[in-house]
Design a protein around this ligand. Structure first.
Ligand SMILES: Cc1ncc(COP(=O)(O)O)c(C=O)c1O
Length: 431
């Protein structure tokens, strides 16, 4: 089915979304308040959600494989989390002093992640990576940050460099910030070694995801992570893992699976029970830069350690045990395998990448190992048509082809995904 037909079907089926979008453009630039949810011809407005489904304002129920970009790990409105958060709100929230719930969540995190001796909370993954980078600069005395091309770590200035091939992403970022960020391709050990031999001594930190998330859901090769660990250690540069997405892959995150441990880790997404959250932690000697008695880095925030967020996080982590993780990782693997097997029957080149409960569908016949290999393909723009086809077939996922499994899902949703995938590919193949 061609783009025009897919779009007109989408427009027909989502008249109430279109009306809201037109209204939104009168008060919100571009009709939204989040760049990533903008999408052509107009975004789907959601009215409510429960478990594994979201319901649109046009009253269509969609199987939700987006899960707010991996945040809703237990699906939507999980009973125990809603109960705990409501109880906390009734008992007062935003109290201007610390509460026990913050220790409860901090202890769960330090128990689950052996590399995290001390942790601090913030309100987004953006703040988590921003503060982790700030700690690295304060601790090492160096100001240059190394990151991966296509690595997304939020929207602060340093993080915005090198997210796409264009380099400096936003016109508002000062040139001198761009000058102290170096980027390297993902999974390329030789380039990394070469970079460290030339500039290792200038670096405060190397920040990377152990599975490249927004850059394509691409797992790191173990030898690449090991090289990152060895090179940072030998140059006294800090290794920062952004596990905002990947921490869901085991109780101790992807670092536990690969057995490569960073100095600092950033967390976010699901660890606040659906309320805005970020966390950053790691070696006690580094994190002590935030100790008001011993360190010199200020870290304040009206909503840091927000009690409702903290209890939401505690209940969420308690329900996310090894068994739950194993189950959703299994569904993710099944989806990747079946997508790859079905893809072979069609002319359109397609392959699924990912790890555990995380996956992304790429329209390419090349091996996907870094951000460039995801961007170089799909010249025919199949990706967006695929997104619209899946959407028209009742599955909600990221327009870039990313999906993830929540614990609210079972074999039923996995089947629904694979059926919609096969149907969508069929439609695209017969354009
Ligand atoms: C790996 C990674 N780091 C950081 C962030 C930023 O998190 P937030 O959107 O909560 O600021 C994201 C967001 O998608 C992310 O995927």
């Amino acid at each position: 089915m061609c783009q025009g037909r897919l779009r007109s079907m989408y427009t027909r089926q989502n008249a109430a979304s279109k009306d809201l979008f037109d209204r939104a453009t009168g008060s919100l630039p571009g009709g939204d308040t989040r760049s990533v949810t903008h999408n052509k011809p107009f975004p789907t407005f959601i009215s409510h959600a429960e478990g594994a489904t979201v319901t649109t304002v046009d009253d269509e129920e969609l199987v939700d494989f987006l899960n707010n970009y991996t945040q809703a790990i237990h699906g939507h409105a999980p009973d125990a989390v809603v109960q705990a958060v409501c109880d906390r709100l009734r008992a007062g929230n935003g109290l201007g002093g610390p509460t026990e719930e913050t220790i409860e969540l901090a202890e769960r995190i330090t128990d689950r992640f052996p590399s995290i001796d001390r942790v601090r909370f913030a309100n987004s993954g953006t703040e988590a990576t921003m503060n982790a980078i700030r700690a690295a600069i304060a601790f090492t005395g160096n100001e240059t940050i190394l990151k991966v091309q296509g690595g997304y770590h939020g929207t602060h200035d340093v993080a915005e460099i090198g997210v796409s091939k264009r380099g400096r992403e936003n016109a508002g970022i000062p040139q001198d910030v761009a000058e102290r960020v170096i980027t390297v391709p993902y999974n390329d050990r030789e380039t990394l070694k070469e970079l460290f031999s030339r500039r290792g001594d200038e670096l405060a930190g190397f920040v990377l995801e152990p599975v490249l998330g927004a850059g394509g859901m691409i797992p790191a090769r173990r030898e690449y992570l090991e090289a990152a660990r060895d090179l940072t250690e030998s140059t006294e540069t800090l290794l920062l893992f952004d596990e905002v997405i990947t921490s869901r892959l085991s109780t101790g995150g992807e670092q536990q699976i690969t057995d490569v441990y960073p100095d600092l880790t950033a967390l976010g997404k699901y660890i606040g029970g659906g309320l805005p959250v970020g966390a950053f932690g790691g070696r006690a000697d580094v994190m002590n830069v935030f100790d008001p008695e011993a360190g010199e880095v200020t870290h304040s925030g009206t909503f840091n350690g927000n009690p409702a967020t903290m209890v939401g996080g505690v209940v969420t982590l308690d329900e996310l045990d090894a068994g739950a993780i194993e189950r959703i990782n299994g569904y993710g693997e099944e989806i990747r395998n079946r997508v790859n097997a079905i893809g072979e029957q069609f002319e359109i080149p397609v392959r699924a990448t990912g790890a555990g409960s995380l996956f992304q569908i790429h329209f390419t016949d090349e091996e996907v190992t870094d951000a460039a290999s995801t961007e170089s393909n799909d010249e025919r723009g199949i990706g967006h048509r695929f997104y619209l086809a899946m959407r028209n077939n009742g599955v909600f996922m990221a327009p870039r082809g990313m999906g993830n499994v929540s614990t609210a899902m079972s074999e039923e949703e996995t089947e629904a995904f694979v059926t919609a995938f096969e149907k969508s590919l069929h439609e695209l193949n017969h354009e």
